[in-house]
Design a protein around this ligand. Structure first.
Ligand SMILES: Nc1nc2c(ncn2[C@@H]2O[C@H](COP(=O)(O)OP(=O)(O)OP(=O)(O)O)[C@@H](O)[C@H]2O)c(=O)[nH]1
Ligand SMILES: [Mg+2]
Length: 331
């Protein structure tokens, strides 16, 4: 594990292998995660989400490149489901990314495929991010296509969530349709070189103002631990709207500053500690459910389950009583 402390080109291969163990939930992977955890908690986790083709990969790529040019921070990129069926852009984006960044020892790039099981991807992503955090990467950029519950779960992993929108679909803001606007800490209108940028920006700002009164603790949809609220009382964070051109460098100094400002805001308001606690509680509960169900499955024969479920299907038993019956040995 010592070899993962300072990221370098030499240990990227070892890091890749370790991440595969974690993704596949092998016993070596689980042991590594336990060890990594105690050395994690330093990295700034940044979620980048938005509809297919808005330019997330290009943006993440450019961000990493410019942050590296400043030379102060190392960057890891986790791209979720890069083989998105919606656009072919991601594959091209990934290739550009590889060429631009892969020679830099301060950059690590990992792609992750979707999982079948609900919650599986979020769990695997949390594990991978934890390993990268422990390996010492300062910033971890997590790219997800903003659609569906598992994407929202992944976005919740991040300290700072960037929602990417782009013009070209009339006034139809895709992030609003997908219901991801309310998780944004920073809004980016990418492809600012395209016509329609003003309309997109205006519609976004209007929606932001509308939704703003519903925000809780600076982040809507972040219910959970609230016992600290009296002490915290943060001034509301107003998500900035930033125009970028990811194929150039336009808007990126502003975006990098907004990311740093949000990090400072979270730290100074006490929200960072609160969010980290919420996230760890989430992770604990998710793992608890996962473990209990796995143990139960290991101890319960499928024949027994179908026997009891037959009684449910014929309405001789309620689902609740089936659960009671089938978990009796665990009590
Ligand atoms: N004109 C213009 N094109 C851009 C800009 N940013 C990205 N693109 C192009 O838009 C296409 C999609 O970009 P990606 O970065 O792959 O978008 P994405 O959101 O990651 O796409 P998915 O991962 O498939 O959801 C590519 O052809 C990019 O070159 C921009 O600022 N201006
Ligand atoms: Mg992409």
């Amino acid at each position: 594990m010592r070899s993962f402390e300072s990221p370098s080109a030499a240990n990227k291969l070892a890091l890749s292998r370790l991440i595969s163990e974690v993704e596949n939930e092998t016993s070596a992977g689980k042991a590594a995660l336990d060890e990594c955890f105690t050395r994690s908690g330093r990295a700034h986790l940044i979620g980048v989400t938005g509809a297919p083709g808005t330019g997330k990969s290009s943006l993440v790529n450019r961000l990493a490149q410019l942050i590296r040019r400043e030379g102060k921070q190392t960057v890891a990129i986790v791209a979720i489901d890069p083989s998105s069926p919606f656009t072919g852009g991601a594959i091209l984006g990934d290739r550009v990314r590889m060429r631009d960044l892969s020679g830099d020892p301060g950059v690590f790039i990992r792609s992750m495929a979707s999982r079948g099981e609900l919650g599986g991807l979020a769990r695997a992503t949390a594990g991978v991010v934890q390993v990268l955090d422990a390996a010492g990467y300062d910033l971890i950029l997590i790219e997800t296509v903003g659609a569906g519950q598992s994407e929202v779960d992944i976005a919740r992993l991040a300290h700072t969530t960037i929602v990417v929108e782009s013009p070209g679909m009339g006034d139809d803001i895709q992030a609003i349709k997908a219901g991801i606007l309310e998780i944004a800490d920073i809004l980016v209108v990418n492809k600012a070189d395209r016509p329609g940028i003003e309309n997109t920006e205006r519609a976004l700002r209007a929606n932001l103002e509308l939704g703003y009164s519903h925000r809780v603790n600076g982040k809507a949809g972040h219910a959970g631990f609230t016992e600290n609220n009296a002490a915290v009382e943060p001034k509301d964070w107003v998500p900035p709207v930033i125009k970028t051109i990811a194929t150039e460098e336009s808007g990126f100094p502003e975006l990098i500053k907004a990311i740093a400002d949000h990090r400072d805001y979270l730290q100074n308001s006490g929200l960072l500690a609160q969010r980290v606690r919420e996230r760890l509680m989430d992770e604990f509960e998710h793992l608890l459910r996962h473990t209990l169900v796995q143990n139960w499955r290991a101890q319960t024969s499928t024949e027994r389950v179908s026997q009891v479920m037959d009684a449910v299907f014929t309405r001789k038993r309620s689902p609740a009583s089936a659960v009671e019956e089938l978990t009796r040995s665990l009590n």
